[in-house]
Design a binder for this molecule. Structure first.
Ligand SMILES: [Cu+2]
Length: 126
């Protein structure tokens, strides 16, 4: 008897919540991105340096294209030192290979190479 009353109360609430979540998801998917270039961002690694000092992207992937004949180890940090709590896993980019790093959360990410401390750049995610 008592559980029957509970069920009657909870069913509409659950249905409403589901509908709201669906609407939220639909809105998020329909939101235009800030700029067309934000869809696919590539940073070249060339001459033991990042091709750009900084980039601004929407949350998503950045391709790091290593054009050098040596590997690079990309991490969140500065001057060859990773931060204590990196927001992405340090990623090796073999010679002449490309690695993709996902920047899922908004914020400013200092990026460095753990092998070459002079390699530094910033990824702005907004
Ligand atoms: Cu490097």
């Amino acid at each position: 008897m008592r559980s029957g009353v509970l069920r009657k109360r909870w069913l509409p609430r659950g249905a409403t919540l589901t509908a709201m979540l669906f609407l939220l998801a639909a809105c998020a998917a329909a939101s235009p991105s800030p700029s067309p270039s934000a869809q696919s961002s590539t940073v070249d690694l060339h001459g033991l340096a990042f091709g750009v000092a900084e980039i601004t992207i929407s949350p998503g992937d950045v391709s790091f294209a290593n054009q050098d004949a040596v590997p690079h180890l990309i991490a969140e940090g500065q001057n060859g030192t990773q931060v204590a709590s990196p927001r992405f896993t340090k990623t090796n980019v073999a010679a002449n290979q490309t690695a993709i790093i996902t920047f899922g959360a908004a914020g400013d990410y200092q990026i460095t190479c753990l092998i070459h401390p002079t390699m530094n750049m910033v990824v702005h995610v907004q």
